[in-house]
Design a protein around this ligand. Structure first.
Ligand code: CA
Ligand code: CA
Ligand code: CA
Ligand code: CA
Length: 426
């Protein structure tokens, strides 16, 4: 009794809720609910047959005896022969991209593996799925005896909406019996996509500049008044605008700041290195890196071979030595790369020891060292590094660089960026 009472309360509540629910929309005309038309993509997804009929099946079913074919595939009025096809090949294989709204011609090459000859009255017929503006049927226009192959062709149009589409087709006998590519009469299909499938992300795509994290963009402004190369930096900005912040190899206590300027004759460098112990004694430029010295890496075709991990003919490695230290004399320059033009380079260089302590280099590097200069504003690959040797040993103590990834010099992808500015500096 009590239970019945509760049920009544519950039923009343539901009715009340339903009434409230109905009464909530104040608009007087209820909107008719329309079941959405099935999405074409979803239709295709839900109609994928259990096995892949598109996979070529050469000769596997060729030996199927007629006695194994169920007679149910024939109509009562059919002649005493069997109808069966075998997949051979196709155009527009599964998920071929077709631009939306574009007409295309699908062809299945099928082999007659039944005992009936396909001829007048036989047709390719649309069975289910996405018809893609195709006809209901396409008559056979030839006589196809058993073991012969025939190209079944149908003109279709890719739907205008992006997605994947699949239409299932069969063959049909003059008696109206549909048959397909196995004894059970399985259909074959056309499956396309009108959506552009995202390509695999490339490991590297050419850019104008290296990533900011590779040392940022160092600017070289155009100058109409070339500096006097005398190791007196009064005509340069003070302090010099760029830091050399990254310890990339070994152990060094050096700091360095530099500025670059350019005109159509030279790239100008002013650098001030704080270094508590100066050592450079080589007269062989090729090993100047073992003592206190400066290195410039320059990639003149940054975008052209942006993704190349090795040096090419447009990649330069130039060393500038302040000369013998601690009493500066005979500063030199040496080009290690490109190998074809390696060797001593004639550069106007003047160096001086400073009280900081450390040394100064002021240099005018002719663009001819780099086999030509910029025509205007440009981005180059770039790193400036400073070798430090505080002891008269055979190897330098360490290296600081503008490029944090300059752990090896020979991969231009790890260098930073130099922006050649046609404007004069701020
Ligand atoms: Ca000067
Ligand atoms: Ca040092
Ligand atoms: Ca390059
Ligand atoms: Ca040193």
């Amino acid at each position: 009794m009590k239970k019945t009472h509760h049920n009544r309360i519950l039923a009343s509540s539901i009715i009340a809720l339903l009434l409230v629910g109905c009464a909530l929309p104040l608009a007087s005309t209820p909107t008719q609910f329309v079941f959405p038309t099935p999405n074409l993509t979803m239709t295709a997804l839900f109609q994928i047959p259990p096995t892949n009929t598109s996979a070529p099946q050469p000769s596997v079913t060729q030996g199927v005896s007629t006695s194994s074919i169920p007679s149910a595939t024939l109509s009562p009025t059919a002649p005493n022969c069997t109808n069966q096809a075998q997949f051979v090949s196709e155009t527009f294989p599964d998920l071929t991209y077709v631009a939306p709204g574009t007409a295309f011609t699908k062809t299945w090459t099928l082999k007659n593996v039944g005992t009936c000859t396909w001829g007048a009255g036989y047709a390719l017929v649309f069975d289910s799925g996405d018809q893609m503006a195709g006809p209901a049927s396409v008559p056979i226009t030839a006589s196809v005896p058993p073991n012969a192959v025939y190209n079944f062709t149908v003109n279709l149009t890719a739907p205008a909406t992006l997605g994947q589409y699949q239409g299932f087709w069969k063959l049909q006998s003059p008696q109206g019996v549909r048959f397909g590519i196995d004894a059970a009469g399985k259909s074959f299909w056309v499956k396309i996509t009108t959506a552009v499938l995202a390509p695999a992300a490339p490991a590297c795509a050419a850019q104008t500049k290296r990533p900011e994290s590779y040392g940022g963009v160092i600017e070289a402004y155009y100058t109409t008044t070339p500096p006097t190369i005398d190791a007196v930096l009064g005509e340069w900005d003070s302090p010099l605008i760029n830091d050399v912040p990254y310890d990339v190899w070994g152990d060094t206590d050096n700091d360095a700041r530099f500025t670059l300027k350019w005109d159509f004759d030279n790239l100008y460098l002013a650098i001030e290195v704080e270094d508590d112990n100066l050592f450079q004694s080589t007269t062989d430029g090729s090993v100047m890196y073992k003592g206190d010295s400066v290195e410039i890496l320059l990639d003149k075709d940054l975008k052209g071979d942006y993704c190349s991990t090795s040096l090419s003919s447009d990649d330069y490695q130039l060393g500038i030595s302040p000369g013998n230290l601690p009493t500066p004399s005979s500063p030199t320059a040496w080009l290690w790369y490109p190998l074809s033009i390696k060797g001593t380079k004639i550069i106007t260089i003047v160096s001086a020891v400073t009280a900081s302590p450390g040394y100064i280099i002021e240099a005018a590097i002719p663009w001819s060292v780099f086999q030509g200069g910029p025509a205007g504003s440009e981005y180059y690959g770039f790193a400036l590094s400073v070798s430090d040797n505080d002891h008269s040993g055979q190897q330098q103590d360490g290296l600081i660089s503008t490029a944090p990834k300059r752990t090896i010099f020979s991969n231009p992808m790890l260098w930073g960026t130099l922006q050649i500015e046609i404007q004069t500096g701020p």
